[in-house]
Design a protein around this ligand. Structure first.
Ligand SMILES: [Zn+2]
Length: 279
């Protein structure tokens, strides 16, 4: 399994010289399984660059969407494979409230974008998974999901394949002031012993209490989850739109100190565009 970050930013793309090191594109992660299967997590603006690579292939593409907030679907109209005749693209929408499985296509209705999704030459299949289903097979991988604590909810995913386990948990508030969809201990069970946890770390303690309830976690909370899971690696993800490269670097160092104090064997890094991990 090979995993590459294409977009790591939350809320809105952040171009500019202060955002070069970690990148300004919104959520998108690519997983290529050893059997060649391509799985994409979210379709933020990072998917545009990934599309340039995947257009050179002809295999099926599997896109797992957490939810339909703009920063998770806005790159889709610029994803080159949707313009490839007969390219098969399978989309699993997130468990959102309201339930809008076609939202990613409906942004291409002629009003927000000039090309209508009905005119796309690729074979795009929206494949909702029954709400009662928490785990299913995708070629050689097993996919599991849990509901996010986030305004409008959505799904977090665990991908297990090639003797590796990756948890993708973004836009998740571990300790929300509203009723939780998933409790901390349920998250621990979900991501237990993961080789990599990619978790929302959009906020710092200083953002609270103002941003409590906005649907994202404080970075230290993500560290606590990864330690409780005994995960091998943690990627701080969904960097705040205001967080500059130097601020993300400081946050990364601070979280590393927390791990050292706990004497945990956990590797931590702040996700950046282009980071590639092979399992
Ligand atoms: Zn969101």
């Amino acid at each position: 399994m090979k995993l590459t970050f294409y977009g790591v930013r939350g809320s809105v793309p952040t171009p500019g010289p202060e955002y070069v090191r970690y990148g300004g594109n919104t959520a998108c992660v690519h997983i290529e399984l050893d059997d060649g299967t391509d799985i994409i997590l979210d379709a933020g603006t990072g998917i545009r660059t990934l599309g340039k690579k995947l257009i050179q292939k002809e295999n099926d593409i599997h896109l797992l969407l957490t939810h339909n907030h703009w920063d998770h679907i806005q790159g889709f109209p610029f994803f080159a494979p949707i313009y490839q005749p007969d390219r098969n693209i399978f989309i699993t929408p997130g468990q959102t409230t309201p339930d809008q499985p076609n939202a990613i296509l409906e942004q291409m209705n002629g009003s927000y974008f000039p090309v209508n999704y009905r005119d796309l030459p690729a074979n795009i299949n929206i494949q909702p998974v029954a709400d009662s289903t928490s785990s299913w097979s995708l070629n050689s991988a097993t996919i599991s999901r849990n509901k996010m604590n986030h305004p409008g909810n959505g799904s977090a995913f665990v991908i297990e394949a090639d003797n590796a386990k990756v948890a993708y948990i973004t836009d998740n508030e571990l300790y929300p002031p509203y009723k939780k969809a998933t409790d901390f201990l349920e998250w621990v069970d979900f991501a237990k012993d993961a080789d990599l946890i990619i978790h929302d770390a959009q906020y710092m303690l200083s953002d609270m209490p103002k941003k409590s309830g906005w649907g994202h976690s404080i970075a230290e909370e993500a560290v606590k989850l990864a330690m409780a899971c005994r995960a091998k690696r943690l990627a701080l993800y969904s960097h705040d739109e205001v967080r500059t490269d130097s601020e993300i670097e400081s946050l990364e160092h601070h979280c590393q100190e927390v791990i050292e104090i706990g004497q945990m064997d956990l590797q931590l890094f702040a996700a950046a565009e282009g980071i590639c991990i092979e399992f």
